[in-house]
Design a protein around this ligand. Structure first.
Ligand SMILES: NC(=O)c1ccc[n+]([C@@H]2O[C@H](COP(=O)([O-])OP(=O)(O)OC[C@H]3O[C@@H](n4cnc5c(N)ncnc54)[C@H](O)[C@@H]3O)[C@@H](O)[C@H]2O)c1
Length: 257
């Protein structure tokens, strides 16, 4: 299914592609023949990733503003051509008990993880509607299906992402646009490095103990890699998933069962 060339000739925009899961998604899509717009709020990181991928180009985007989202889509389409694929992957987290949670935590998580998905989708979808084709894959989280202590605001923002994904699937289906999301578990990225430090400190544990807990909660017995997620995103973008829309696919090694 993930053979070289399955996405040949397609133009894909990946947000938050300067590191972690987004970088792996950009790499997987480029490996399947797509030309990838590697976008991130950190243009240096996007450039570093784009430089490693054939046909890729880096672009700045801050997904929390409509203007930046529209500007990025316009710049990509002017430079590379009409978008076939959009991966809304940019995301952030902070960790706090609900009693200590600030409005700033809430807004920061919602602005990127929920509003950002809406804004970039809204910027990209009119062209897809006009062309009557398109594929959108959002990076939600297993925290979008369960409650998570210390991450209530993050979990709420990911539940929003899943709700938005399913609503898009219903609204855009008649235009031949598929919209799905992936729900990763405990993935080794810089986000996880930050979370391990916060969780260990908030729970009075060592980072090694927290890591061991993550692994013990995962039936497949290891932490997840960004590539584990990217392979599923790649499949969702491929013709093999041509009748899949509105799905929120667990890619967790079983961590949320
Ligand atoms: N790491 C995990 O365990 C895990 C688990 C489930 C879901 N996720 C989700 O996966 C996605 C990728 O996370 P990651 O683990 O690779 O984290 P990461 O911190 O490595 O990467 C996130 C990227 O998003 C970019 N970004 C942040 N704010 C942005 C903005 N306003 N506009 C554009 N780009 C912005 C960052 O610069 C960074 O490059 C996120 O949506 C995250 O919530 C991660």
């Amino acid at each position: 299914m993930s053979g070289i060339g399955v996405l040949s000739g397609q133009i894909a925009m990946v947000t938050g592609a300067g590191s972690g899961i987004g970088e792996a998604i950009a790499t997987a899509l480029a490996g399947a023949g797509a030309r990838v717009a590697v976008t991130d709020i950190d243009l240096g990181a996007a450039t570093r990733v784009a430089d490693t991928l054939p046909g890729a180009m880096p672009f700045h985007v801050d997904v929390t503003t409509a203007q930046s989202s529209r500007d990025a889509v316009a710049a990509i389409e002017a430079a590379m051509g009409p978008l076939d694929i959009l991966c809304n992957n940019a995301g952030v987290s902070t960790m706090r008990r609900i009693v200590d949670l600030t409005e700033r935590d809430w807004d920061f998580n919602f602005d990127v993880n929920a509003k950002g998905v809406f804004l970039v989708t809204q910027a990209a979808v009119p062209g897809m509607i006009q062309r009557r084709t398109g594929c959108i894959v959002n990076t939600a989280s297993m925290a979008g299906k369960i409650g998570v202590p210390l991450l209530a605001h993050y979990a709420a923002s990911k539940w929003a992402c899943i709700g938005f994904t399913k609503s898009c699937a219903r609204e855009f289906g008649e235009f031949g646009i598929r919209v799905n999301c992936v729900c990763p578990g405990y993935v080794r990225t810089s986000m996880q490095t930050r979370e391990l430090e916060w969780e260990a400190s908030l729970r009075g544990m060592t980072q090694e103990e927290v890591t061991a807990e993550y692994i013990s909660q995962t039936p497949l017995g290891r932490l997840e890699t960004p590539e584990d997620v990217a392979k599923v995103v790649m499949w969702l973008c491929s013709p093999g998933a041509g009748f899949v829309t509105g799905a929120a696919i667990d890619v967790t090694g079983g961590a949320n069962l």
